[in-house]
Design a protein around this ligand. Structure first.
Ligand code: AMP
Ligand code: MG
Length: 347
């Protein structure tokens, strides 16, 4: 075959340049990676060019966020805020954004989500594992400082009032899941599943084009209550079964606290699963809706409508929003509860 010199320069070189620029020269690979961080076992799988290296970078990002946002690490920014004795603390822009998001969601949920609940959680022993039921005077005293409006954020400085302590555990994992999904997408990943212990983030579909299957845990027994099939979505569950203790009389106390009472949320719900495009919104809402209870959660969904949810009630019944009706498959063997579809009111 005769190679025309002109053709060579006009077509082949630009084509090679284009290939080099857009990285199209690398074929997609699939990789998996698991590790422990953020107080949970994290698993990731991804398909894209250099997927393995991208997952390593994702782990590095998550470990860095843990160092920055851990409530117990004396080097973290959250620790510095909690030990500031009412003085102003300079924080990074990233931490300011996370706090601002938590404050916005606290306001939107009328304080059902409240990052200042931390001292109450500590009194119950949820931060140390030394569980106890605090006496009412202790709860009342601690509750007097619980109010997200006691956090004053301005640009990248924050002041919390004396006696206030914050914990972003109810929103940070969702926030970090979004960040990691963005990182993966930027690196050309077209298909991925990131599971931060109940906080699931998906990119695209499975490599074979089918939907990701996300199990919704059965709060009453081992195994799944059913499966959600999704693509390009986050799915986050808050469940009473995740961390709890039982007293001598057989009462169960779990780690999601109602900021109005200082007691574990007794709202009639045992788990809340939220699906939406952003993991941080799912995470904030799953905790807040758990506190609100089924009726108020349904009203909240009707007023916003930018997410879907699946509620498991204490009696085993399941309420799910319209948009999940065809997405959720109930596992026949594991439930006796009745399924109700929540719809927008049509008057
Ligand atoms: P999640 O698993 O996302 O529902 O978050 C639960 C965690 O958030 C708990 O382990 C506490 O650290 C914290 N938490 C508990 N109750 C609340 C609340 N009402 N508002 C904000 N954070 C909470
Ligand atoms: Mg949450």
């Amino acid at each position: 075959m005769r190679v025309n010199g002109k053709w060579y320069f006009h077509c082949l070189i630009p084509a090679l340049l284009l290939l080099a620029l857009c990285g199209c020269g690398k074929s997609a690979e699939s990789a998996e990676h698991s590790f422990f961080a953020l107080d949970t076992y994290i698993t990731m799988q991804a398909t894209g060019p250099d997927a393995e290296a991208v997952l390593m970078a994702a782990e590095e990002q998550m470990q860095a966020r843990e160092r920055q946002w851990s409530v117990t690490n004396p080097d973290s920014e959250i620790y510095a805020i909690n030990h500031s004795d009412g003085n102003m603390v300079e924080i990074s822009l990233d931490t300011a954004k996370l706090i601002q998001f938590a404050l916005d969601m606290s306001a939107q949920t009328d304080g059902a989500l409240d990052p200042t609940i931390y001292p109450v959680l500590t009194a119950w022993g949820f931060t140390t594992g030394s569980y106890q039921v605090p006496d009412q005077d202790t709860i009342d005293e601690l509750l007097s400082a619980v109010d997200y409006r006691n956090i004053h954020l301005k640009d990248s400085s924050v002041t919390i009032e004396d006696g206030v302590q914050i914990d972003l555990g109810a929103v940070a994992k969702g926030y970090i899941g979004d960040e990691v999904a963005d990182l993966l997408r930027e690196q050309g990943v077209t298909s991925a599943l990131i599971n931060l212990g109940g906080n699931v983030q998906t990119i695209g579909t499975k490599p074979d084009g089918s939907l990701w299957r996300i199990g919704v845990r059965n709060p009453f027994a081992d195994g799944n209550l059913g499966v959600l099939q999704v693509e390009d979505m986050a799915v986050v569950t808050s469940g009473g079964y995740e961390r709890y203790f039982t007293d001598e009389a057989g009462n169960t106390y779990w780690h999601i606290i109602d900021p109005k009472t200082g007691y574990p949320a007794d709202s009639g719900l045992v788990s809340v699963t939220v699906a939406a495009s952003e993991g941080k919104r799912c995470d904030a809402l799953s905790t807040a809706l758990f506190v609100m209870g089924p009726e108020q959660a349904a009203d909240y969904w009707r007023s916003c409508g930018d997410f879907e949810m699946l509620l498991v009630l204490a009696d085993g019944d399941i309420w799910l929003t319209d948009g999940l009706n065809n997405t959720f498959t109930l596992s026949e063997k594991d439930t006796n509860g009745e399924v109700t579809v929540i719809r927008h009111e049509t008057k």
